[in-house]
Design a protein around this ligand. Structure first.
Ligand code: GLY
Length: 410
């Protein structure tokens, strides 16, 4: 009976999706492109003896460069997991044993991160994208153990008086208190996952409390987020909302808002608490409204309030994160909203898959025109590894009918 019901639901979903999928996006073709670029990148990363230095992981390709600039894996380098994640997604599609070998090699280079005191909240990004993606595919007990260790380690940053994880211990003095950044929402997935996979049940409580506190304090009335919320470490009182990577404290830094969209959608996946679903829609709707007002296509300016307007650099990474999130969010809401979100995600992926954004023979990444840290003058209008990661994840979500969480179990 359950099987029949499941088939009916999947069937309806498929019909709904096919009727709303524009012909312009050929997900199989674009996924094939990503696999081709990954293989080109792997060749470029080979040492003279044909081996790889697994401790050096792709981070960015700047303009007029062709190969990845790699960085040493460390707790301070928050992007080290994305390359392994790309390789695991590649393996999920191709089942190529060489790709699996390289995925394991680059993943295992992060082993030490789960066995040392946590440096900052990015431990979640580092472990989920590497060991997390690998565990979904291989179910290796050692991976699970490291993920559970990492979740416990991440939870040591939680301040129960504030009700959030301290994102950057090193910046407490600079900000004048306990700081929590919007990106931190993504790392809650590690806590939810751990609680459901043999870890301490309190990890789930921490994740929920962090999401609630963030929802209550880290947004302006219209749903635009502050990149950084600062709280009094001792009383837990909210002090201020400021920016770190955006144009101004109250501007819409596109990637910050994309973390909010992705994060609250993911929190709803684990909690089924309607407050989070409603909030995911609120932060999505203001993003889509502002995107329409400020951009000529579906890829946002790096910050939607940059006074240069359409002359300002784009951030393709934000478009990738939002597209992936919307392909999940569209499953949780009714039509016509579901259709609107799916069409928006499809339009984003269609633009990203055009010659304007795909790197093609210019370099070995998937995409160009991402912006990392504009105020610091770093990675402006570049290829950045997390843009590629979320682009491939979004394409996989698109392909798996209405976008069940991409490689979770793929
Ligand atoms: N987590 C840092 C960023 O989004 O750039």
């Amino acid at each position: 009976m359950k099987k029949i019901l499941f088939a009916a639901i999947v069937g309806c979903c498929f019909v709904a999706c096919s009727s709303t999928s524009p012909q312009s996006l050929d997900a199989d073709k674009e996924i094939g492109y990503c696999i081709k670029q990954t293989n080109r990148a792997l060749i470029g990363m080979q040492q003279a003896d044909g081996a790889y230095n697994y401790t050096m992981q792709p981070r960015n390709i700047l303009q007029n460069q062709q190969q990845w600039n790699c960085r040493q894996t460390s707790a301070q380098e928050w992007c080290s997991g994305f390359w392994s994640g790309i390789l695991w997604m590649n393996y999920a599609i191709t089942r190529d044993s060489n790709i699996r070998q390289q995925a394991e090699g680059f993943t295992h280079a992060l082993n030490h991160l789960a066995q040392q005191p946590v440096f900052d909240h990015d431990l979640g990004f580092l472990m989920l994208t590497s060991y997390g993606k690998g565990y979904e595919l291989t179910h290796q007990a050692a991976y699970k153990k490291l993920l559970l260790n990492a979740a416990d380690s991440l939870a040591t940053l939680y301040n129960p008086t504030v009700g959030t994880i301290l994102s950057w211990p090193r910046h407490v003095k600079d900000y004048g208190g306990h700081n929590t950044i919007m990106d931190n929402m993504i790392n809650l997935e590690l806590l939810f996952w751990a609680a459901e996979n043999g870890g301490r049940p309190e990890l789930r409580d921490i994740a929920i409390k962090h999401a609630e506190t963030t929802m209550n304090y880290q947004f302006q009335d219209d749903g635009t987020c502050y990149h950084v919320a600062v709280y009094d470490t001792l009383t837990g009182d909210f002090i201020k909302g400021v920016t770190h990577q955006g144009y101004a404290d109250s501007s819409m830094w596109s990637r910050g808002q994309s973390w909010a969209i992705y994060g609250f959608t993911m929190v709803y996946r684990f909690t089924k608490d309607k407050r989070f679903l409603d909030f995911a829609q609120k932060v999505t709707n203001i993003y889509l409204k502002r995107l329409k007002e400020t951009s000529k296509d579906w890829v946002p300016l790096w910050d939607m309030d940059d006074p240069r307007g359409t002359q300002a650099p784009k951030d393709a990474s934000a478009a990738c994160i939002v597209a992936s999130a919307l392909l999940e969010l569209c499953q949780y809401v009714e039509n016509p909203t579901a259709m609107q979100y799916r069409q928006a995600a499809t339009a984003m992926l269609t633009d990203l898959s055009s010659d304007k954004y795909q790197s093609r023979d210019k370099n070995v990444s998937f995409l160009m025109h991402a912006t990392g840290h504009h105020p610091a003058g770093s990675e402006i209008d570049a290829s950045i590894i997390y843009a590629d990661y979320y682009y491939l994840e979004a394409l996989l979500r698109f392909r798996s009918s209405c976008g069940r969480p991409a490689t979770r179990g793929t």
